[in-house]
Ligand binder design. Structure first.
Ligand SMILES: *Cc1c(COP(=O)(O)O)cnc(C)c1O
Length: 482
């Protein structure tokens, strides 16, 4: 091996390749000379061992759900069973080619077909597409469905989407991207939709409402049926953001509450590692009036054969190549089969129990602006601490204790928000330790505030210049700097 590495280094290649038996073509033969760079890029030239050490070192700087509690509100960073990973590595799944003949893909198509059926049952809705690859992508798909529905009905004047001020930030972004204008509906002092404010907006310009259920305060809309009935009576549609489904899966169905579109975050609720932004899956379930517009291809069963059917002329078209992120669907399917009905009910029970356990303890130390039974998450405030301590300082100090901070400064309707979602997979010991740390930090805020102002001191980097990072991000290796 030593000889090989020495040779590779001498050649300056970082690897060894056999000599080519393909006729030589220059890059300009293939691309045309205007696309070929004049100078070779400066790509780092390293041997395999150095590369392995580099990535291993990077991996040790990371923090993940396998290290400890990751109470990032809204994100559902729960433990992802390793069995899922074993299943996705089965050669028939990981090696499946999207262009393989349907007759050779009955296993993969069958899994997608059965998963759609399970999601239909869980949601209580008429049909499901697995194509979108993120929650936000599911939202955008849903907004396209709204659009097509009103086009078909000859009501192009329905251009407004109503959004409670407690909605997740992706909701207004998705509505706007699909070409709707957004009207904000204020929450009442119980943290739910103000019905009078809602009714005052309902008219023939409203396409519908987008509700995060439960909302970003972790509170379930107790008047959900009145909300959806009012919107339907005004001719509108109801979109439910289901990223928080772990709080009611197996206990209640959006289809029974008046949802017309419901998106699942398969990577959250049904367990796929999703730190760093993907890959995900945002399956979308719809009510009967929207079924014809679902993205193509549909996965259909003809006799014993599963087929991809493109022949749906009213469809909004495809929203992703092939069939979305297939291996996320495999994990979701494996997770559902592992848990079964009783297991899914235990998921929602424990998600709600854990959140309320922490909420009841921590509200003695930090203000809880909406003090009521929560679902899977709750929002404290870092306001009112002495010595100019902010929520940001608390979050940074948590890093020094070796804990991932919660979501901060969101939702916007709570000042100095700390949005905590413990998830259903934390045990009592882990919850108690997290609470003890937050209590210790509150004491430090009074007695040794410099510990909070200086934090983090034990992380790979200190406090970053957030404005600079957002305004002038450096996203590439400086290849061309010589
Ligand atoms: C995570 C989340 C989303 C967005 O999902 P992505 O998969 O990140 O695009 C939307 N709404 C809520 C409530 C969420 O928690």
């Amino acid at each position: 091996m030593k000889v090989l590495f020495d040779h590779a280094l001498r050649e300056g290649a970082g690897g060894l390749f056999p000599s080519s038996d393909v006729p030589a073509r220059t890059p300009s033969d293939v691309l045309g000379s205007d696309l070929v760079r004049a100078r070779a890029p400066r790509i780092p030239n390293l041997c395999e061992g150095d590369v392995a050490r580099h990535y291993t070192a990077l991996s040790k700087l990371n923090y993940g759900v396998d290290d400890g509690i990751y109470p990032l509100g809204s994100c559902t960073m729960k433990y992802n069973p390793k069995l899922n990973e074993d299943v996705t590595r089965l050669p028939g799944f990981v090696g499946a080619h999207p262009r393989a003949d349907e007759a050779l893909s009955q296993g993969t198509l069958g899994l997608l077909y059965e998963l759609s059926g399970l999601l239909r049952g869980i949601s209580g809705m008429a049909a499901v597409t697995l194509q979108p690859v993120a929650g936000a992508h599911g939202e955008l798909t849903g907004m396209f469905l709204f659009k097509r529905y009103f086009e078909e009905r000859g009501e192009p004047g329905r251009t407004r989407v109503l959004l409670p001020d407690s909605a997740h930030g992706t909701n207004p972004a998705s509505a706007a991207m699909a070409g709707f204008s957004v009207t904000e509906i204020r929450s009442n002092d119980r943290g739910t939709v103000d019905l009078d404010a809602l009714r005052a907006e309902l008219d023939s310009t409203v396409a519908g409402i987008m509700l995060t259920v439960p909302n970003t305060l972790g509170i379930f809309e107790e008047n959900i049926l009145e909300v959806t009935r009012a919107v339907h009576d005004a001719g509108g549609l109801c979109y439910f953001d289901g990223a928080n489904l772990n709080s009611f899966i197996g206990r209640a169905r959006p289809g029974d509450m008046g949802a017309d579109v419901f998106h699942f975050n398969l990577h959250k609720t049904l367990s796929t590692p999703h730190g760093g932004g993907g890959p995900g899956a945002g399956a979308v379930a719809v009510s009967q009036p929207l079924v014809d517009y679902l993205p193509v291809p549909w996965i259909e069963k003809m006799g014993e054969t599963i087929r991809l059917d493109w022949d749906h002329p009213k469809s909004i078209g495809s929203v992703h190549s092939f069939y979305g992120n297939f291996l996320v669907a495999v994990r979701a399917y494996a997770y559902l089969l592992q848990l079964g009905d009783a297991g899914l009910r235990a998921v929602s029970e424990n998600a709600v129990l854990n959140a309320n356990y922490l909420q009841e303890r921590l509200k003695k130390t930090y203000p809880l602006p909406y003090d009521r039974l929560c679902k899977h998450e709750f929002v404290l405030s870092g306001e009112g601490l002495p010595n100019h301590i902010s929520t940001l300082d608390i979050a940074k100090r948590l890093i020094d204790y070796g804990v991932h901070p919660p979501t901060i400064y969101f939702p916007l309707i709570v000042h100095e928000a700390l949005m905590i979602e413990p998830t259903e997979t934390e045990g009592r010991e882990s919850l108690d330790r997290f609470a003890e740390i937050l209590e210790a930090i509150a004491v430090e805020a009074r007695e040794r505030p410099e510990l909070l102002h200086d934090a983090p001191t034990r992380a790979p980097v200190r406090r970053l210049d957030q404005t600079q990072a957002a305004r002038n991000p450096i996203l590439t290796y400086p290849f061309d700097k010589s």
